[in-house]
Design a protein around this ligand. Structure first.
Ligand SMILES: [Zn+2]
Length: 318
């Protein structure tokens, strides 16, 4: 039996859990995890073996996909800026991917929120020369013991080198590599630490884990998230997005306005259905059995979060 004490391991070791399927579901499609020899080992092996793709977007912005959350990269004479750090175990592959884009050293790292699939690589990137910037609550959660009920896991404080050294509350404007980067804190949505990153010249909008494109999202109620917060953040994203803007989700393929609108409709319709059934007195099990997300389950429910996981997250907030 795994105890809470056992779970308090370093983020570098990723995590342990009484429910391997629940926790590793975040990392990659479930089918990759059929072989379960312990969650830590499984997660390490998976991160190290992950396939990272590099997608050039516009201007001097690219995105790395496959090492945890999506990682945006801005290159130039001021050194590379990374938006999120991915898994520590993917360091060799991330290093190769970064080198394939340009020879600029990595000087800057911004975390879109505190979750480990976006911050696990903070320590090695800091040791490689990156200063870390984030919203105040990201530093708070990384600095302290933080429980995530939805993953049945308690994170120990991160090592000193992984802690952001520069934080902001609401907004920050940066000028790097000849371009402007606008950071904005969302009201609590996926967590209480989420920010968006707008590369204003290339008009690329990284909306972090407020948007999961093609996968049911995880909603972290333990650190301030909620379905209503996710919907509000998505409405705010839609109010800003234009027909020509490139949208980077926290997970899933690079998107545009129409895909963001589809996701908004999915969140809203699922909330309405689950709330109505809950109001009738239905249990979570009965609501899952009623298949309120049947139309999208085949496409959206086979990856990071199952239909049951997603419906459970919505159920908690209505
Ligand atoms: Zn997240």
């Amino acid at each position: 039996m795994t105890t809470i004490l056992d779970l308090r391991i370093s983020r570098r070791c990723f995590l342990a859990s009484t429910s391997a399927a629940t926790a590793v579901a975040l990392v990659a499609p479930r089918k990759l995890f059929a072989q379960d020899d312990g969650l830590v080992q499984t997660a390490r092996r998976t991160a190290a073996a992950s396939t990272i793709t590099v997608q050039k977007l516009r201007g001097n912005v690219s995105v790395l996909m496959g090492a945890g959350g999506n990682i945006a990269v801005l290159t130039g004479r001021d050194g590379k800026l990374l938006i999120d750090a991915g898994f520590a175990g993917a360091r060799p592959k991330i290093t190769d991917a970064l080198a394939s884009i340009s020879s600029d050293p990595t000087k800057h790292l911004i975390n879109t929120h505190w979750h480990f699939d976006h911050t696990d690589g903070n320590e090695w990137l800091h040791s490689a020369g990156a200063a870390i910037l984030a919203q105040t609550n990201t530093r708070k959660h990384l600095s302290t013991t933080t429980r995530v009920e939805g993953w049945n896991f308690t994170f120990a404080p991160s090592p000193a080198g992984a802690i952001p050294t520069d934080v902001f509350d609401d907004e920050r404007i940066l000028k790097l590599n000849g371009t402007t980067i606008a950071l904005k804190h969302y009201a609590p949505a996926h967590t209480d630490s989420d920010i968006s990153v707008h590369f204003t010249d290339a008009d690329i909008f990284h909306v972090a884990d407020t948007f999961w494109n093609g996968y049911y999202p995880f909603i972290d109620y333990s650190t301030g998230g909620s379905i209503d917060g996710m919907i509000r953040a998505t409405e705010a994203n839609l109010a800003r997005v234009t027909d020509t803007m490139i949208v980077i989700p926290g997970h899933g393929a690079v998107a545009d306005k129409s895909q963001l609108a589809f996701y908004r409709d999915l969140l809203v319709s699922t909330r309405e259905k689950v709330a109505a059934l809950k109001k009738q007195g239905k249990t979570l099990g009965e609501i899952v059995a009623a298949k309120p997300t049947a139309a999208t389950d085949a496409k959206w429910g086979n990856g990071f979060r199952s239909p049951r996981d997603f419906i459970g997250d919505v159920f908690l907030g209505v």
